[in-house]
Write a protein that binds this ligand. Structure first.
Ligand SMILES: [Cu+2]
Length: 192
């Protein structure tokens, strides 16, 4: 895959400027999300521990199509972030692509994946992110239970790998045939 495809994917989902937020007080907040299949199969769960400005994320998933699986926290601050249903399939191709799902889960707020290196039919990682909420207008996420987690990567051409950003060869700008950005799992973050 050419690097330009990754750039195009990133630019397709611009980070919205978040509204100024109250600073997070001390202590630890715990959250979780059950991940459900959007397009093909699979399931998973995510545990999130927020200690001040540090976020520890433990993500488990299985039953995915083999290939590249990028994961993000999606959302719009102080708006309800949910997971899309098939009613979002605007072009009636039987898939909810990344743009069709945006009204529900919102834009990318935080990338959880390790570049394009999270691959396979299952995922299992624990990662720590610093300065996840440093109180300024851009980086502040506030409470995480207003967001959703989306795992991407669906094998659309049946070659056994979710790795092609332009299956139809009509240019990478159209998300309806992008195996890498195609959502595979989505889960709403809740407090626990
Ligand atoms: Cu995403």
């Amino acid at each position: 895959m050419r690097a330009s495809h990754v750039v195009a994917f990133s630019l397709a989902v611009p980070l919205l400027a978040a509204a100024p937020a109250a600073a997070v007080m001390g202590g630890t907040r715990s959250y979780s999300a059950d991940l459900h299949a959007i397009n093909h199969g699979g399931s998973g769960s995510v545990q999130l521990m927020q200690h001040g400005t540090t976020l520890e994320v433990d993500l488990r998933a299985s039953g995915l199509d083999d290939g590249i699986h990028i994961a993000h926290i999606h959302g719009i601050r102080q708006a309800e972030s949910e997971c899309p249903g098939m009613n979002r399939d605007a072009d009636h191709n039987g898939l909810i692509d990344i743009l069709e799902g945006l009204p529900d889960y919102g834009p990318v707020l935080r990338t959880l994946s390790n570049g394009l290196n999270d691959r396979g039919t299952s995922l299992a990682y624990t990662r720590t992110f610093k300065l996840i909420d440093n109180g300024d207008a851009i980086a502040s996420l506030g409470r995480l239970d207003q967001y959703a987690i989306v795992v991407h990567g669906v094998d659309l051409n049946g070659d056994g790998q979710a790795n092609n950003p332009d299956v139809q060869g009509d240019g990478p700008g159209d998300p309806d045939d992008n195996e890498i950005s195609m959502p595979s799992l989505c889960g709403v973050i809740v407090s626990r």
